[in-house]
Design a protein around this ligand. Sequence first.
Ligand code: SF4
Length: 429
Amino acid sequence: MGCRVNQVETERLSHTGARYGYYPTAEEQPPDLIIINTCSVTSESDRQARQLIRRLAREHPQAGLVVTGCYAQAQSAELAAMDGVVLVVGNAEKERLWEHLPLLSPRQDSAGIEATGQWASLQEVALVDHFAERSRAFLQVQDGCDRRCTFCTIPALRGASRSFSPDYVLAQAARYQQNGYRELVLTGINMGSYGRDRQPPTALAELVSRLLAARGESRIRLSSLDPLDLDEALLQQFMPGSGLCPYVHLSIQAGDERILKRMGRGYGRDLVAEKVARLRSICPEVVLGADVIAGFPTESPAAFGQTLALLQEIGVTFLHVFRYSDRPGTPASAIPARFRVAEREIKRRAETLRQWAASRLPAIAAQRIGSQEEVLVESCRDGLARGKSGGFLPVRMVDDGRVRVGWLYRVNISGYDSNYQELVGTLCT
Ligand code: SF4
């Protein structure tokens, strides 16, 4: 469940289990154990995790359920008491999950065991070979966060920022490339803080530059970034032709000065606009994505309007909208009820943002007609190949039998299909 880091960790667990005699089940084989890697970014994520645990306990009465991830780190006792749960392992112990298993007897009727542990430097464990069913591979470079945004529990659930060594990241990248991955997506909990904890300290820009130099036939994509971390050295990596995908996903969260302050984001609207303007001067074809929160406590209709205006001003195309929800123990959760935005209004604002975002793709697609895009193919079905451009724009083309999933192709864009909301093109010969 949850973010790309969780997905990398889940893949790593499926790789390291063999050392302890645990193997992913074959098709239809009843599992002895089910590992659930949970998320806890919103109260909705917690609800979905509980729902999944209940369903799996019903469907697999013979299996022991092992719950790990952010929700396990936050609420281990609550989860340990759920039916079917035999072990709860917090994020700090996740990489050593298998070592806790020998303690277990088959499914037992008592509460599960809890192992939450202490934060330690990142374990440079097994390299991951494959990413199940994916045409791109996620490359985790960092975990944890040193920031203290007032609405967020992640630092408490993932610990301080800790970075993998550049050599480990490059080795993982090389392994993915050997296994045919043509797109590597860098990811972390607060990726922009990469390297600051290392001795000697390094930076994300240096790591990206080394990965680009060793990229071979693959391209590099960056996951979410904080506007504060878009320093000049990193912006320079977006030079056209560098091999870095012209796509930036910014964790903006809001567009109103006072709300940004109350969120503890550490930047204002102007900084966001400046960074984006500089980025566009270096990489004119860059496509922007953004994360925003609708309905942060004290957000007035005018403040909400500021968020929409900023998104419009900097030309965001893709939007991830989060409805504000209290996270236990955060400063924002202590803001008195009279300053809160009503749930119905939060929903309305989130819907307004999503409707605005839905109007963005046709606008940018129109600009791409007549251009050439480098497309990573994600599927080939019924004579059609579909994939994403470097700017993460959806592209469709006729598959004359030569196209392969997971490969990169140059495509001449000839149109936009508003029914399927995708660019249409033909393979360059
Ligand atoms: S940067 Fe802020 S929102 Fe992001 S994980 Fe850290 S504390 Fe949470």
